[in-house]
Design a protein around this ligand. Structure first.
Ligand code: T4K
Length: 386
């Protein structure tokens, strides 16, 4: 029986509207809408405190933050990155005239495999851009060792890694810079938004100039900066969201735990292991639909949709398969077998704080039933060609 209201992969968290009204009243009365106003300053400070980092620069979104992060470190030539991510990761390189070099992922973590990074280094390599995919930490120590050995910069795409702690410290402290996304679909959202975490005040100041067209004062422009600023509206919302994010992550944890219980032992279905030495924010619940599952991944995707559950194939297709990347030598499928296999098997199931226990049960029941061979014929939907 198809539910009347579809269940999407996520649903953004919002605070009670009445809690936001005083912030709006303040914006309306001060007429300070953007350009580093009071809410912007307060949110930077509050996020430093919350995340346990020293310097943060807010942005309009993570894509502009990635572009700016690369610009701030004057990265050129080739950058080694993962094909198993959202397309913005590699797009930020092309926006800077940098050649992406794709390296394969570790099949267990779906993060860049350090051995493959090392093998992809050439005299043109200047940096590594790994992604903490689904918020699971990359092998930050191995990556730093490679960066030190070959004198490379490391810019983490930490779009999924809000609040993740590794060995008791913020994951965002690793690398030269880390970039967060506060998009509507993320664990912590400001409608649209993002941030760069810097290791020192000088770097932050340079990034702050770059996100404001390169202005350092009223009359001096020191670089070809961009408009990457976060507005007061988004910053005010962020301040309020921060009060609720702990409870939201806790609810996600409960849902994650329940899915794991309900889906354990389904033949051919793999759930990603959690990192043993890190906390999780449960932004995504990916499952890998292997060849021994009773349906293909795409059949399961369609089957769920037919029953009102809109799961998503994050990350399929691989970035390296998009037209602007597929001609690169490193985009050759033979170079990326683990990423290719994951992209062909992954399905991210709905997970968001407002998801009800019955919904978790319903999704798990659908997946479980679809994975049982006898059920497969009975459950097979009448697929209408698009
Ligand atoms: N790096 C990584 C690793 C990333 O994952 C991302 C973004 C970035 C960089 C860039 O960050 P930003 O520049 O966006 O800050 C979504 C998001 O648009 C994107 O931010 C995110 N990654 C990516 C993984 O997912 P879509 O095209 O799947 O979004 P959409 O609109 O289909 O939304 C998914 C579901 O969420 C919808 O079915 C319903 C629900 N939804 C979505 C929105 C936007 C809502 O209920 N309300 C909403 O307002 O890309």
């Amino acid at each position: 029986m198809t539910a009347a209201k579809p269940l999407y992969v996520t649903q953004p968290e919002l605070p009670p509207l009445e809690e936001f009204m005083p912030y709006l009243e303040q914006i309306w009365s001060s007429r300070v809408l953007t350009n580093g106003g009071p809410f912007h300053q307060q949110l930077e400070a509050a996020l430093c405190e919350h995340l346990g980092v020293k310097h943060i620069s807010l942005f309009a979104n993570a894509t502009i933050a990635l572009v700016t992060a690369l610009q701030s470190l004057r990265i050129t030539g080739e950058v080694i990155t993962t094909p198993y991510s959202f397309v913005a990761t590699a797009h930020s390189l092309l926006w800077n005239g940098i050649k992406p070099v794709f390296a394969d992922v570790d099949p267990d973590t779906l993060n860049l495999d350090p051995r493959r990074i090392e093998a992809a280094i050439t005299p043109q390599t200047t940096a590594i851009m790994p992604v903490h995919c689904y918020g699971r930490p990359c092998d930050v120590q191995a990556i730093q060792r490679i960066a030190d050995d070959y004198n490379l910069k490391v810019i983490y795409d930490a779009a999924h890694a809000f609040g993740v702690q590794r060995q008791g410290e913020s994951l965002l402290a690793h690398g030269d810079l880390s970039v967060l996304s506060f998009h509507a679909t993320k664990v912590f959202n400001t409608f649209e938004g993002g941030a760069i975490v810097s290791p020192d005040a000088r770097t932050k100041q340079h990034i702050d100039h770059l996100k404001n067209f390169g202005f350092v004062n009223e009359t001096t422009v020191v670089a070809t900066g961009i408009n990457g600023k976060m507005s007061e509206f988004n910053a005010a919302l962020g301040l309020l969201q921060l009060k609720h994010v702990g409870a939201a992550i806790e609810r996600r944890r409960v849902i994650d735990h329940r899915y794991r219980e309900l889906l354990r032992g389904v033949p051919g279905l793999r759930m990603l292991e959690r990192a043993p030495d890190a906390t999780a924010n449960h932004g995504y619940f990916p499952v890998l639909v292997g060849p021994t599952f009773a349906m293909s991944r795409d059949e399961l995707y369609q089957h769920l949709r037919d029953h009102g559950v809109v799961a998503r194939r994050y990350f399929y297709p691989l970035i390296s398969d998009f037209p602007m990347y597929r001609g690169l030598p490193s985009a050759n499928p033979a170079n990326l077998p683990a990423a290719r296999e994951a992209a062909s098997q992954v399905l991210c199931l709905p997970i968001f704080p407002a998801m009800q226990d019955e919904d978790v049960q319903r999704v798990a029941d659908l997946v479980r039933a679809a994975g049982t061979p006898q059920q497969r014929r009975a459950a097979r939907p009448t697929v209408v060609a698009p």
